[in-house]
Ligand binder design. Structure first.
Ligand SMILES: [Zn+2]
Length: 189
């Protein structure tokens, strides 16, 4: 967690501003490989007296929070997709259960799922849903389709399967978050 105390953050480096979108007040920060590895819990204060600078810094920190979120979620799920158990870290994401756009969506492990790229996209597009009892469902119209092996093995075959869970109970998906997201999946079905 980059935030270690109120107004104090754990620095990650080296990092560069990879994209700058002044029209939307948005920047993308790229962390170099291994940026967070072996970094001690040094802290830096956030300068609240310089609004513009502090806003830029806040955006940067948001991105860094996301990087920390990914790290924690993938560790909890033992670097494994919770749906298909794929173990290629470069193909894994930390998906949010309550969507990132929801103001209540916080970067904590119980609001995350380690998913491979295809299952992350399927979850975000409501093609794949996860019930409160941790059973995976595929949208009925997608279940009825006929196509090649990715549809058959990657999506249709996971319907009715149990989600892979973190060993630690306090890192497992929040049932309330799951239910809310599953309701959105059902509405899209
Ligand atoms: Zn997967």
């Amino acid at each position: 967690m980059p935030s270690v105390a109120k107004g104090r953050y754990r620095p990650f480096w080296p990092a560069v501003i990879a994209e700058d979108h002044p029209e939307t007040l948005h920047v993308a920060v790229e962390l170099f490989e291994g940026a967070s590895a072996g970094v001690d819990l040094a802290v830096v204060p956030v300068d609240a007296t310089a609004p513009a600078k502090s806003y830029a810094k806040r955006l940067t920190l948001q991105r860094l929070h996301q990087a920390g979120f990914r790290e924690r979620v993938l560790r909890a799920y033992r670097q494994c997709c919770a749906v298909c158990r794929l173990r290629h870290v470069e193909l894994l994401d930390a998906a949010h259960i309550l969507p990132d756009t929801d103001p209540r969506s916080i970067p904590v492990v119980p609001n995350g799922l380690a998913l491979c790229k295809i299952h992350h996209a399927a979850y975000d597009r409501h093609i794949l849903g996860v019930r409160r009892d941790l059973v995976i469902e595929i949208r009925p119209d997608v279940l009825a389709e006929h196509d090649g092996p990715m549809l058959r093995h990657g999506l249709q075959a996971v319907h009715g399967q149990a989600l892979l869970l973190p060993k630690r109970i306090d890192e497992r998906p929040d049932p309330g978050f799951l239910e809310e997201r599953y309701d959105a999946f059902r509405r899209a079905s």
